[in-house]
Design a protein around this ligand. Structure first.
Ligand SMILES: NC(=O)c1ccc[n+]([C@@H]2O[C@H](COP(=O)([O-])OP(=O)(O)OC[C@H]3O[C@@H](n4cnc5c(N)ncnc54)[C@H](OP(=O)(O)O)[C@@H]3O)[C@@H](O)[C@H]2O)c1
Length: 304
């Protein structure tokens, strides 16, 4: 086995998509599962299936668990949800090399900063992705929306982009380097913190937020508060209103990941989206009452 094999932590939609894409390139990524899921998948000998642009592919991927890991990890891609990322890396911490590379693909913000602090010797990069993927079944991923992923260092003194070259060229996914990844993460967070929680609260599709009524009025308040925080942080994004309305219109029939999580009684990533914004706003003494009210009402409805 090569010492610079990519390890992928989390075999959900993104983990399977990235693993399949690396396999397609001829790489031999290893997927790290929780101990509890590992045995079942290992015994099934199931190949990893990818459906994309009307074509289907199968790959044989090595799966491991924290207990069965037997090699140092130099290159790691973390594909868990934001709330699980730090705990997941900690479960394989003893295998991470001191100068290893970690690429974080979580939505929202806060988990990347916590991991960057917890792993000061490693080179921590974050990604912001517009790809869309879902699992049709365990280990069967559908790449439903071809997007782009920007990746960049969480600190200025991180290693050169060359170490990520095999994700940047001749790769099935579109990946681009970005010197200002925190700005990119903020741009996505700004849109998500207006749309996602509301769709979960009203249990509605993205397009239904533009109803000329209660939902749209709330959407407008969330956008105004988000803009105040971005301005105070000196983060310049293209018109938030245009972007939020544009997403609601372009994805009118979509059910946001947050709304899907809420429907299935799973924890959402909102503490890393609206929660992160609220914390920043409080530090800056900027009122974000609509965001707080949204989070309170979600909690009261049993959505966390
Ligand atoms: N899917 C998309 O289209 C998409 C697009 C852009 C960005 N993202 C972002 O990418 C991230 C991952 O999303 P996803 O859709 O791939 O989520 P997902 O399908 O829920 O996959 C997350 C995976 O992580 C696993 N996991 C959690 N804790 C773990 C641990 N300690 N050790 C090993 N595995 C662990 C989960 O296993 P269990 O099921 O056992 O908990 C699950 O298989 C999220 O932040 C999401 O917002 C997703």
């Amino acid at each position: 086995m090569k010492s610079d094999n990519w390890y992928i932590l989390g075999a959900g939609s993104m983990g399977c998509l990235w693993a399949a894409s690396l396999c397609h390139k001829g790489e031999a990524p290893r997927l790290i599962l929780r101990d509890s899921n590992y045995q079942q998948l290992k015994e099934s000998h199931a190949p990893l299936k990818l459906t994309t642009a009307g074509q289907s592919f199968q790959y044989h991927v090595d799966v491991v668990s924290p207990e069965t890991l037997n090699a140092p990890i130099n290159r790691l891609i973390v594909c868990t949800k934001a709330q699980n990322a730090l705990e997941a890396i900690n479960s394989i911490k003893s295998h991470l090399t001191e100068s290893g590379q970690i690429l974080l693909l979580q939505n929202g913000m806060g988990s990347q900063q916590a991991i960057n602090e917890a792993f000061p010797t490693q080179s921590v990069w974050a990604g912001s992705s517009t790809d869309g993927a879902y699992l049709a079944a365990p280990f069967e991923v559908c790449h439903a929306g071809q997007g782009e992923t920007w990746i960049g260092p969480m600190t200025d003194n991180s290693v050169s982009v060359d170490r990520f070259n095999d994700l940047l060229s001749n790769f099935r996914l579109k990946v681009s380097p970005c010197d200002t990844i925190e700005q990119k993460l903020w741009e996505k967070l700004a849109i998500n913190c207006c749309i996602n929680g509301l769709t979960a609260l009203f249990n509605c599709r993205n397009g239904e937020l533009l109803d000329n009524g209660e939902k749209q009025a709330w959407l407008d308040l969330l956008m105004a508060e988000t803009c105040s925080v971005l301005t105070a942080l000196d983060i310049h994004t293209p018109s938030l209103k245009e972007r939020v309305y544009g997403v609601c219109q372009a994805t009118a029939n979509n059910i946001s990941s947050t709304c899907q999580d809420a429907r299935q009684g799973r924890a959402t990533e909102l503490p890393f989206i609206n929660g992160f914004l609220i914390n920043k706003a409080e530090n800056l003494s900027i009122p974000v009452n609509s965001h707080k009210q949204l989070m309170d009402q979600l909690r009261a409805s049993g959505i966390n």
